[in-house]
Design a protein around this ligand. Structure first.
Ligand SMILES: [Zn+2]
Length: 88
C-alpha cells in the first residue's frame, strides 16, 4: 500500500492566500436546493462563495420565516454540500 496523502482531510489552516486562487480556478455553486426543517417546503437558497469553502450561518425560511442553521461546504469540484437544521 502506498502511503496515503492526507491532504484531503486537512483542515483549512493554511488557507489564507489560497482562497482567492481557489475561487478563480473553480466555479463554486451559488445556489442550492434545501428542504425547510419547519414547514417542509423545498426552496432554492442563494449561496455566497466569497464566504469561504466552509460556512455555517443562520437564515430565515422564505415561506414560514422561521430560522434555519445552514451548514455549507464546497468540495474540490466546487459543488456545494448543504445541510439545514431547525433553530429555535
Ligand atoms: Zn419554512
Amino acid at each position: 500500500m502506498p502511503p496515503r496523502d492526507d491532504a484531503e482531510s486537512e483542515q483549512p489552516e493554511s488557507f489564507d492566500d489560497q482562497d482567492e486562487a481557489a475561487a478563480d480556478a473553480t466555479a463554486l455553486e451559488t445556489e442550492a436546493e434545501v428542504n425547510c426543517p419547519h414547514c417542509g417546503e423545498t426552496l432554492t437558497i442563494a449561496l455566497d462563495p466569497a464566504g469561504g469553502r466552509s460556512q455555517d450561518y443562520v437564515e430565515d425560511c422564505e415561506v414560514c420565516c422561521r430560522p434555519w442553521r445552514v451548514k455549507l461546504w464546497y468540495d474540490a469540484s466546487g459543488a456545494a454540500e448543504v445541510q439545514v437544521q431547525a433553530v429555535d
